[in-house]
Write a protein that binds this ligand. Structure first.
Ligand code: SAJ
Length: 413
């Protein structure tokens, strides 16, 4: 199968690295995207996002000449669909882009080819919404759902080393699809049915969301009853079977704030999952309320607020669904706000340099714990009167010689 052709449909954070890994391991790979600017950039040798190792991979693939960016869908032996699946109003996965990809593939689909969906989809979506559509091609086909499981910031490493699950229509389809993935995956590959693969993926992200919600709820309890959540979590996690996650401003990214809703959309039994989503979604509002209380407590009249971090999590340039947007909304009517992020280029408002932010604000809110903020010395900025740390990043040394108030999320009021 090493010389068969694969077409990756959707060259985003998952599709492009997947296509490059396959091309690097000997397949002839077409990369298709409806966004012509992406195809143009790739044809000019440019990548449009950064991930550790991707430049080296790109160089290697360019040398091998096995990756072809295309704006017309080609005939291929297998199609890997990796397009976004946002959340619909009724909480189900929005399959618009997956179904559109199938419409695009249909005219060139040759009998006996394979369709693999990597996009996250809800439990039952292959059976109820995707396979019926492929059957309309009226051609023989192989099908599998192989959910991506890589985390932004370590995408290539996780694509290669994580275990993969292939939910295939039959054992033959599963074995066929496995030959594609085992060309670059070093982790174990498990074969199952489409609905188990779909549910597994949504469960993984739900597990994380519910655990983060627990940490966030505990941080609110800590503020109310008067203990330090960070110290308490550190000590509780010394227990061999306890792993409490970290509280913060809430949950962002293209997966965790969305995928748990797919269970809420298909089942009446998902009340814990729904509550967890709400707890995490309310965190920016809760942080905003705490800031307003602190402004009153410390009599900071008409303060200018600087927010450190806009990405949805630390050390990435990705701001999809970032909870910082909700924090800005909560505060912007009452205070003037400045924003800094060392990685993100475009934000809801303009991004200023770190120096400008630190030298012109009265209050600093640490929203995202980027490593680059670890060395800030607040004594250099006497204008700052209050630092609110939503991730407990700052330590004693950051405040040596400084005269500002210092408050972390989840500490006594
Ligand atoms: N967060 C916390 N506390 C924590 C951990 C995370 O507040 O203890 C926040 C982060 O700051 C961020 C959000 O949660 O805003 C999500 O970050 P994350 O690092 O937990 O996950 P993602 O969204 O970057 O990637 C997840 C991963 N899923 C799991 O770890 C179960 C990844 O493996 C998936 O491939 C990805 O979702 C996806 O595409 O579904």
């Amino acid at each position: 199968m090493t010389k068969s052709t694969i077409c990756v449909v959707g060259l985003g954070y998952i599709g492009l690295p997947t296509g490059l890994l396959l091309a690097d391991s000997g397949f002839n790979v077409y990369g298709f995207d409806i966004d012509h600017s992406k195809i143009k950039a790739l044809k000019n040798g440019q990548l449009f996002f950064q991930e550790p190792g991707i430049n080296e991979l790109w160089e290697s693939v360019l040398e091998k000449k096995t990756f072809y960016p295309v704006s017309q869908i080609p005939i291929a032996d297998a199609y890997i669909i990796s397009v976004p699946t946002p959340q619909q109003e009724d909480k189900l996965a929005d399959l618009r882009f997956v179904l559109k990809a199938l419409d695009i593939i249909k005219p060139v689909f040759k009998s006996g080819s394979t369709i693999i969906v990597e996009s996250t989809i809800g439990p039952g979506d292959s059976r109820d919404r995707i396979i019926p559509k492929i059957k309309q091609f009226k051609k023989a086909f192989h099908y599998g759902h192989c959910p991506e499981r890589a985390i932004p910031g370590q995408t290539l490493y996780e694509m290669v080393h994580n275990a993969r699950i292939i939910g295939a229509l039959s054992k033959t389809d599963g074995e066929l699809i496995k030959t594609i993935y085992q060309s670059f995956v070093k982790g174990d590959i498990y074969l199952t049915s489409p609905i188990v693969a779909e549910s597994c993926k949504v469960m993984e992200n739900t597990y994380r969301d519910v655990n983060i919600a627990l940490a966030n709820e505990l941080s609110k309890i800590a503020e109310e009853v008067g203990f330090n959540i960070w110290e308490a979590i550190e000590l509780a996690n010394k227990h061999p079977r306890v792993n409490i996650h970290t509280p913060g401003l809430g949950v962002g990214g293209h997966c965790i704030p969305i995928d748990p809703w797919f269970f809420v959309g298909v089942s009446q039994q998902a009340s814990l999952i729904e509550t967890a989503r709400q707890i995490n979604d309310r965190m920016p509002m809760i942080v905003g309320r705490r800031i307003k209380q602190l402004v009153q407590k410390y009599k900071l009249s008409n303060p200018r607020i600087g927010i450190l971090g806009y990405a949805y999590k630390k050390n990435v340039d990705d701001a999809r669904e970032t909870p910082v947007n909700s924090l800005i909304k909560t505060l912007e009517g009452e205070y003037s706000i400045l924003l800094n992020d060392p990685f993100v280029k475009e934000a809801a408002r303009s991004i200023v340099t770190l120096k400008k932010l630190l030298s012109s604000c009265d209050i600093v809110i640490l929203a995202v714990d980027h490593d680059k903020y670890k060395d800030i010395s607040f004594k250099d900025y006497p204008n700052i009167k209050l630092v609110f740390d939503a991730k407990n990043l700052f330590q004693k040394h950051n405040f040596a010689g400084a005269r500002c108030y210092r408050v972390s999320l989840g500490t006594p009021k």
